[in-house]
Design a protein around this ligand. Structure first.
Ligand code: CP
Ligand code: NVA
Length: 320
């Protein structure tokens, strides 16, 4: 089918690359992905066909539950003219039924890209190492780069500029905190992670973010001082206190994180124009109060929508 997109404007220099953290991309390339995502969003809204990957196939493999990632990838792949299909855990059993290397080399003979959601980042990296087609990280215990690309698109839409703005994340120093630190540092937005001691992000990832921030002129802070963290923030961000795989710790974590809730009192310390973002799913009464979530529902569900556009940009840019 014909496309009305001027393909000469599409970046071609990222073809064949994986999307595993943000560290495979330069800040300039990240900006290019954001611009492409904004462009694809306009095309989608105007119902302009944009089948940039006609005839390709993309496999999706999930070892954890999903609503947003599953649906936005499946719709996005179809929008791009490619064929999406799901691989169930019981079928593939990554690293158990056969080696990850053999799974990767086999899949790469059939499909043009593999999107994977699993536990260990090292499994995704091993899959990517052996795969001759691009691998996209749809969430691991350590990173959630697709989510943060959508988050940055949402911030850019709301505020235009990243520089001079602060994003404050309240809660667990988890995959979201890690990817937010890297993403904000790359685009030049100040980022503060407020987490209790023992639950702060891994020091090596904080260091990576600080190195990136030095180049972009941003700051990266990690603290347990909630009030100082929230003060003057343009974006307050939160995520569940017990991530997928940590269900057994859920009750204990409610106590540990109880002061880190995004609520009206914390919002009052942020800038008057501040927005709240949440990657979802949300647990009302835990990491966010129902009233704050509903007050910011427009932007939070726009953020969820932006997963579609952001991931389409990644796929259009990297799938050869
Ligand atoms: N935010 C996010 O990744 O949502 P799902 O777990 O529903 O995919
Ligand atoms: N930290 C959460 C993010 C969900 C999108 C988890 O890993 O479950």
């Amino acid at each position: 089918m014909a496309t009305s997109v001027d393909t000469r404007q599409l970046p071609t220099h990222m073809k064949g690359r994986d999307f595993l953290t943000f560290l495979e991309y330069s800040p300039q390339e990240l900006q290019e992905l954001l611009s492409l995502a904004a462009h694809l969003k306009k095309l989608k809204r105007s119902r302009t066909p944009h089948r940039l990957l006609e005839g390709r196939s993309v496999a999706m493999y999930f070892e954890k539950p999903s609503n947003r990632t599953r649906v936005s990838f499946e719709v996005g792949i179809s929008d791009l003219g490619a064929h999406p299909f799901m691989l169930r855990k019981e079928e593939i059993n990554l690293g158990i039924r056969e080696t990850i290397a053999d799974t990767a080399r086999t899949l790469a003979r059939y499909v043009d890209c593999v999107m994977i959601r699993t536990f260990a980042q090292k499994d995704v990296e091993e899959l990517a190492e052996w795969s001759s087609v691009p691998v996209i990280n749809g969430l691991t215990d350590d990173y959630h780069p697709c989510q943060v690309l959508a988050d940055l698109l949402t911030v850019q839409e709301r505020f235009g500029e990243f520089k001079g703005r602060k994003l404050t994340y309240l809660g667990d120093g988890n995959n979201m905190a890690n990817s937010l630190m890297l993403g904000c540092a790359m685009v030049g937005m100040d980022v503060t992670i407020a987490s209790p001691s023992g639950y702060q992000p891994r020091p090596d990832i904080v260091e990576k973010a600080r190195t990136l921030a030095k180049e972009s002129g941003a700051t990266v802070a990690v603290s347990d001082d909630i009030k100082a963290a929230v003060k003057d923030a343009s974006v307050l961000y939160t995520d569940v206190w017990a991530s997928m795989g940590q269900e057994a710790e859920a009750e204990a974590r409610k106590q540990i994180f109880k002061d880190y809730q995004v609520n009206a009192a914390n919002m009052a310390l942020a800038l008057p124009e501040a927005i709240v973002l949440h990657c979802l799913p949300a647990h009302r009464g835990e990491e966010i109060t129902a009233d704050v979530l509903e007050k910011f529902a427009d932007v939070i569900f726009e953020q969820a929508e932006n997963r579609l556009h952001a991931q389409k940009a990644v796929m259009a840019a990297i799938i050869p």
